[in-house]
Design a protein around this ligand. Structure first.
Ligand code: HEM
Length: 289
C-alpha cells in the first residue's frame, strides 16, 4: 500500500495520474459536447437526452459519477500544482528563460488557462447543474394543462425550466418534463455570460492542444514517429471542442436557437390546434349540460 502511495507521489506517479485523469476529462468533454450539440436537433431531442441522463442511473450512482469526475479534476489540479512547484525549485533561472523561448503558446499558458477553466467549471455547475445563479429564473414558465374528463386529454402548452419538473401526458403516457433546452437559451441571453463561455471554451482549446499531446508523452507513446501525428491530433481535438461548445452561445446570441416553451413535447402549431379543439369540446360539453 505504502509502495503504491509513494509511487503516486513520485514525479512519474504524479505525471501518470495527471495523464490518466486528463484522459477521463478529455473523454467526458467530448461526450458532453456531443450531448449538448443535440440542442440543434430541437427541444425534444435535448430534453429527452437530459431526462435520460438524469434517470439512466439511480440518484446515488449519478452522484458517484459526479464525485468521480470531481475527484479527477482535484487530482489533476493537485498533480499540476505540485509538479510545477517541484520544477520551479529544481530549475535554475537561465534555463527557464531558454525554455520559454522554445515552448509553444499553449504550453506556456497551461497554468493560466487551467486556473480560469477551474473558475469556469465552478460557475458552470452553479449555472446549469445546481441551478442557483441569482439572475436566472429556473422555474418558469409552468405547465398549463387542461384535462377533459371524457378523453382524459391533457394538453401541455408550456414546460417548466429545470428546477421543478412536471408530469404531463404524451402519447397516453405520463412523463416528467424539464425544459433544459430553454434553460440553456435563457442562460445565454446575457451577453456577458455567453462571452465568458466562449472565452472559457477558447481557453479549453488552448489547454487541450497542449494537454492532449503531453498526455501521450506521459503515457510513453509520443515517440519520434508519432510525435507530429499526435500533436496534430491534439490540435484538431482542441479546435473541435472549442467550435462544438462555443457554437451554442453564439447561435443563441445570434437568434438561431430560440426558446420553445412547449419543451418540444408538441409543436406550437399543434398546441394551438389542441387548444382550439379542447375549447370547442368544452363548450359543447357545457351546451349539452
Ligand atoms: C457552451 C458550452 C456548454 C454548455 C451549453 C453546457 C451545458 C451543460 C448543461 C445543460 C449541464 C447540466 C446537465 C444536467 O444536469 O442536465 C452541464 C453540466 C456540466 N458541464 Fe457543461 N456545458 C458547456 C460547456 C462545458 C465545458 C467546457 C465543461 C468542462 C470543461 C463542462 C463541464 C460540465 C460539468 C462537469 C457538468 C456537471 C455534470 C453533471 O451534472 O453531472 N461544460 N453542462
Amino acid at each position: 500500500m505504502s509502495l503504491i502511495l509513494s509511487f503516486l507521489q513520485s514525479t512519474i506517479g504524479r505525471k501518470s495520474l495527471m495523464a490518466l485523469t486528463g484522459f477521463v476529462l478529455v473523454v467526458f468533454v467530448m461526450g458532453h459536447m456531443l450531448g449538448n450539440l443535440q440542442i440543434f436537433l430541437g427541444a425534444e431531442a435535448i430534453n429527452a437526452y437530459a431526462y435520460k441522463l438524469h434517470n439512466l442511473l439511480p440518484a446515488s450512482a449519478l452522484w458517484a459519477v459526479r464525485l468521480f469526475l470531481i475527484a479527477c479534476i482535484a487530482v489533476h489540479v493537485w498533480a499540476a500544482v505540485t509538479l510545477t512547484l517541484d520544477n520551479r525549485k529544481a530549475r535554475p533561472q537561465n534555463y527557464y528563460k531558454k525554455r520559454v523561448i522554445q515552448a509553444t503558446y499553449s504550453s506556456r499558458t497551461m497554468r493560466m488557462s487551467g486556473i480560469i477553466l477551474l473558475a469556469f467549471i465552478f460557475f458552470h455547475i452553479a449555472h446549469f447543474t445546481v441551478r442557483s445563479v441569482p439572475s436566472m429564473k429556473y422555474n418558469e414558465p409552468g405547465v398549463i394543462s387542461k384535462k377533459l374528463d371524457a378523453s382524459n386529454y391533457s394538453i401541455p402548452t408550456e414546460v417548466p425550466l429545470v428546477k421543478k419538473g412536471e408530469a404531463v401526458l404524451k402519447n397516453g403516457q405520463k412523463i416528467m418534463t424539464f425544459n433544459v433546452h430553454d434553460m440553456m437559451i435563457a442562460g445565454f441571453k446575457s451577453k456577458i455570460v455567453s462571452l465568458f463561455y466562449i472565452f472559457a471554451t477558447g481557453l479549453l482549446c488552448l489547454h487541450l492542444t497542449h494537454g492532449v499531446s503531453s498526455m501521450f508523452q506521459s503515457l510513453g507513446i509520443r515517440n519520434s514517429f508519432w510525435r507530429i501525428r499526435l500533436d496534430r491530433f491534439a490540435l484538431f481535438y482542441g479546435w473541435t471542442v472549442f467550435l462544438g461548445f462555443a457554437i451554442i452561445p453564439i447561435a443563441a446570441l445570434a437568434g438561431i436557437l430560440t426558446a420553445d416553451p412547449s419543451g418540444g413535447l408538441t409543436s406550437h402549431a399543434q398546441i394551438l390546434k389542441n387548444e382550439a379543439i379542447a375549447h370547442e369540446l368544452y363548450s359543447q360539453e357545457l351546451t349539452l349540460r
